[in-house]
Design a protein around this ligand. Sequence first.
Ligand SMILES: Nc1ncnc2c1ncn2[C@@H]1O[C@H](COP(=O)(O)OP(=O)(O)OP(=O)(O)O)[C@@H](O)[C@H]1O
Length: 343
Amino acid sequence: MGCSFSGLNALYDAVNGGGEVWINDNRFRIVRQLGEGGFAYVFLVKEVISDPPSNPGVSKKFKDSSHISDDGTYAMKKVLIQNSEQLELVKEEIRVSSLFIHLNLLPLLDHAIIAVKAGPDQSWKHEAYLLFPVHLDGTLLDNAAAMTAKKEFFSTSDILQIFRQLCAGLKHMHTFDPPYAHNDVKPGNVLLTHRKGQPPLAVLMDFGSTRPARRQIRSRSEALQLQEWAAEHVSAPFRAPELWDCPSQCDIDERTDIWSLGCTLYAIMYGVSPFEYALGESGGSLQLAIVNAQIKWPAGPKPPYPEALHQFVTWMLQPQGTVRPRIDDIIIHVDKLISKFSH
Ligand SMILES: Nc1ncnc2c1ncn2[C@@H]1O[C@H](COP(=O)(O)OP(=O)(O)OP(=O)(O)O)[C@@H](O)[C@H]1O
């Protein structure tokens, strides 16, 4: 077994062959695949209730959670672990995901790491299973792409309400003790749920790159180490300038996320990060466009977003991290825009 199998086969192989998986004391039936990432597959699963319950109350954390779904469906992420470094990364993702409890941050409900015999040499490999509430309306990226295809756009009011919720989730992380940076804020990491008569619910997910935010860089080698880490963990079009070209003497903080937040607000409006847009079809260096904070706005009458939103994005895309606004400043400003543009 390994990456050559489809996710579903791998899962059936790994777990007793019946399309079912146990996570600690709870049994789930796999309904379908929802998505996939680098080394992960995400499935829609439905809890199988045994009669009588096999071991009631043992998996306490999950059973006590306020996120038990009405119809027993959840999202289960299966992570294929190739080596000890990946095992440590998954353990860190599990640790960090368990820290935050906030309406706009996807909670980890339960998890299990198992060892399986795999591959032609039947060597031992690890697999991790992470259980989350499911959001079936897709990510902000999926929604923006579907709308662009239909030549539709989010209203200014919906954009501000979605953005406000992301800020609320990030504020929880940025004001944690110690403060955490999400490090991968982008439309593909925001799950949306449409609600009748209300703006969509926005939930920030994927804490695989989340780390304590504050780092003191005091040498060339520390700067290079940070750049290397960022190249692997922070999506390039949304990555802050100081993570591309880090000075040998500097203090990095959670404002790397504010840069990504600015790119995300742009992408909710125009479908791509501002720096992907700046490069256009002619190509060029993404890094150069980012460190020069080269922002271009799509021309044309549609979509008709107010200039105040453009200025808001430009404010967040301040190339110098130390003078970039903090999440509290952003929230004050977005609340003002909400009262101005929402009716
Ligand atoms: N709770 C959920 N509800 C519905 N769909 C989900 C859920 N979690 C993840 N997905 C889907 O699965 C996809 C991959 O999930 P996720 O981003 O957690 O994986 P990843 O391996 O960390 O991805 P990446 O390589 O982009 O970092 C998401 O883009 C989304 O489409």
